[in-house]
Structures are given as C-alpha cells and as structure tokens.
Design a binder for this molecule. Structure first.
Ligand code: FEO
Length: 180
C-alpha cells in the first residue's frame, strides 16, 4: 500500500518519464530532418526506453492499489542548435531525472515504504547507465566538432542501437518483461 504522498510523487514521476519520451521523440524528429538517421534511431530507441520507465511505474502504482493519474505533458523544445546541443540537453535532463528519483527514494525512506525503496533501486541503477551513455556520446561529439565526416561516423554507430526493452504493454509490463 502507498501513502498519499508516495502515490502523488510516483504519479509525478510517471509524467516526467512521459516528458522524457516526448523530448527524445522531438530530438529524433529533428535528427531525421537533418538527414542523420543514426541519431534519429538512437533517440527513438531512447523514446522506447522512457515509455518503458513510465509504464513500469504505472504498473507498480496499480499493483500497490494506487490510482494512476495522468497529467499534461509539457512541450519539448522545437529546435536544437546541433546534435551536440541535443546530447548536452539530454544529459542535463537525465541529471534532473536522477535528482527526481533520488527525491522519490527519500520520500520512500521517510514513509518507511520498503517495497517502493526496492522498486526504485532499479531506476537508480538505470540512471547511472543513462548518464554514462550520454557522457560518452558527448565526448565523441566534442572530438569531431566541426568535422562532418566524424559526425557521419558517429551517425553510423548510433544507427546500430536496437530496442531491448518491452514495447507492447497490452498484457501488462510484467508479462512483457517475461517475453524478453
Ligand atoms: Fe527514464 Fe531517462 O530516465
């Protein structure tokens, strides 16, 4: 069972994960428009990751007998200066999400909600990986700044990224995870 405060915070986090999906979808759209299909692929894979993060929390709230409440999703930026700008903003956003997950953990500890603490550990580990991935790509982009050939090589590499999270939640997230 979730306290009222815990439930409200988890519902807020579902919204933040949905916004993350929306933000990466916007970056994917602009990458496509720039002819960078590998970047477009990378951000679309990231979109699926974020939908999974949102749906995993959605299902956890339901399993705990809570009511999911969906709020409006904010509009992401319409234009990014460059792919480096996209990844810089991606890292900043992920750092914001990390803080938000840490705050959720603080609430779970204060509420003596052990089940939610265990549930959130998965997100804490995931955030370390997300920030690490972004830092790696930012470093690569800084190395090739101003060299279109280098950007094309990174584009080819990012085009290799495949979706490895569940994407069909019609039978629930746990069922989808079982199919992995
Ligand atoms: Fe769901 Fe990228 O944090």
């Amino acid at each position: 069972m979730l306290s009222e405060k815990m439930l409200a915070e988890l519902n807020e986090q579902i919204n933040k994960e949905m916004y993350s999906a929306y933000l990466y979808m916007a970056m994917s759209a602009q990458s496509k428009d720039m002819g960078l299909n590998g970047f477009a692929n990378w951000f679309m894979v990231q979109f699926h990751e974020e939908m999974y993060h949102a749906m995993k929390m959605y299902e956890y709230v339901q399993q705990q007998g809570g009511r999911v409440q969906l709020k409006a999703i904010a509009q992401p930026p319409l234009e990014f200066e460059s792919v480096l700008d996209m990844f810089t903003k991606t890292l900043e956003h992920e750092q914001f999400v990390t803080k938000s997950i840490n705050n959720l953990m603080e609430v779970a500890i204060a509420e003596k909600d052990h089940a939610t603490q265990i549930f959130l550990q998965w997100y804490i580990t995931e955030q370390v990986e997300e920030e690490d991935n972004d830092n790696e790509i930012i470093n690569q982009l800084k190395m090739v700044e101003g060299h279109p050939h280098g950007i094309m090589m990174i584009d080819r590499e990012l085009g290799q990224r495949a979706v490895n999270v569940p994407t069909d939640f019609s039978k629930g997230v746990e069922a989808a995870e079982g199919d992995e």
